[in-house]
Design a protein around this ligand. Structure first.
Ligand SMILES: [Zn+2]
Ligand SMILES: [Zn+2]
Length: 342
């Protein structure tokens, strides 16, 4: 048995006893070292309504039981929380994110996740980490993969400018991925001033503007290339989609990456008149995950600067982090990573 951490009721974390998940078949067991808190974990915290659940789908750690794969105990790894079938039309095309089996037994989503000390993952979705790469960086490969997946839909050519709307972690990782894929200027917008200031410290962001700045309209116009942006990625940065589409060039690609609440509306004529393409990015493929891993491995300082706190794997500490991130309205954090004891 292990002492794990669960959402035991709405907006509450507690310790609970649970069996250590067993390796076998396609599954191996990891001893979690780091697990990042994701905005999507918030839904488990807010809308809890059943047996205790352990979130955590952004993680890295050590092989505890390599099962049939024979990975040695203690091997440092990052793993995708994937459980795709490998046989359907989508899996065969490398679009695992569309596989119907993906969300079944998916650790941290529909199976116990890495807020607990051990997690069960698919052995075929494990990547060994080099010794010089901190496990906390392994924990952010997953959200970087989400952002990279959306950014790849933009089809950025070297030197072309990109507008990233929204400066939460997914927007920040989208900006980083765009720059690493050869974008020219990366212009970013966000709501909270402290987060805007934070984003202006990144080398991969040319400038981040606050949409609440009284001079925002003039400032963004001055930064918009002649004819508009060919590439716009929305990471839940605006409610005003028409305003965003107004900045798009003729023939632009706009990627929607993230869920708006309650529902974003826009005038379809804004797309039509520009022959613009609206794409959506949801989740990522295994190829995206491997590419994101390489990006993080090869740009460690860049990605370390996005981790603002490391907290102990204890219910009270996680609770405080959730209140700060999701319930305080004055969030000056970016990525918070939970650390398990060795
Ligand atoms: Zn996530
Ligand atoms: Zn499949």
């Amino acid at each position: 048995m292990m002492k794990t951490i669960v959402v035991d009721q709405a907006k509450s974390f507690a310790y609970a006893e649970a069996p250590i998940p067993a390796a076998g078949g396609k599954w191996v067991t990891l001893k979690v070292k780091h697990c990042a808190i994701c905005g999507s974990d918030r839904s488990f915290w807010l809308y809890y309504g059943g047996q205790g659940f352990t979130p955590g789908h952004e993680f890295a750690g050590y092989i505890e039981d390599g099962g049939e794969y024979g990975f040695p105990k203690g091997m440092k790894v990052v793993a995708a929380e994937f459980n795709s079938c490998g046989e359907c039309e989508y899996c065969k095309k490398g679009e695992e994110q569309r596989c119907a089996q993906m969300m079944v037994d998916n650790p941290g989503v529909s199976a116990p996740g890495a807020y607990g000390p051990y997690v069960r993952v698919r052995g075929d979705y494990v990547i060994p980490m080099p010794e010089d790469m901190p496990t906390k960086l392994g924990a952010i490969v997953e959200p970087v993969a989400v952002s990279l997946h959306g950014v790849k839909f933009l089809g950025i050519q070297p030197g072309e400018d990109v507008l990233v709307s929204g400066n939460g972690p997914i927007g920040i990782y989208a900006a980083a991925a765009a720059k690493l894929l050869g974008a020219g200027k990366v212009i970013m917008t966000g709501r909270s001033q402290s987060r805007v200031d934070f984003c202006n410290t990144f080398d991969f962001v040319d400038i981040c503007l606050s949409v609440k700045d009284p001079e925002y309209d003039e400032k963004i116009k001055a930064l918009t290339p002649a004819g508009g942006f060919k590439h716009i990625i929305d990471c839940v940065g605006v409610d005003d989609y028409d305003g965003l589409l107004g900045l798009a060039a003729s023939g632009a690609t706009v990627v929607m990456l993230g869920m708006h609440a309650p529902k974003p509306c826009f005038n379809a004529m804004s797309l039509y008149l520009k022959e613009a393409t609206l794409k959506t990015g949801l989740y990522f493929s295994w190829a995206d995950f491997k590419q994101a891993f390489e990006m993080v491995r090869d740009n460690q300082e860049m990605f370390l600067s996005t981790i603002t706190s490391v907290i102990p794997a204890e219910p009270e500490a996680i609770q405080q982090a959730f209140v700060k991130l999701f319930d305080s309205g004055t969030n000056d954090e970016c990525k918070i990573v939970i650390e398990h004891k060795d």
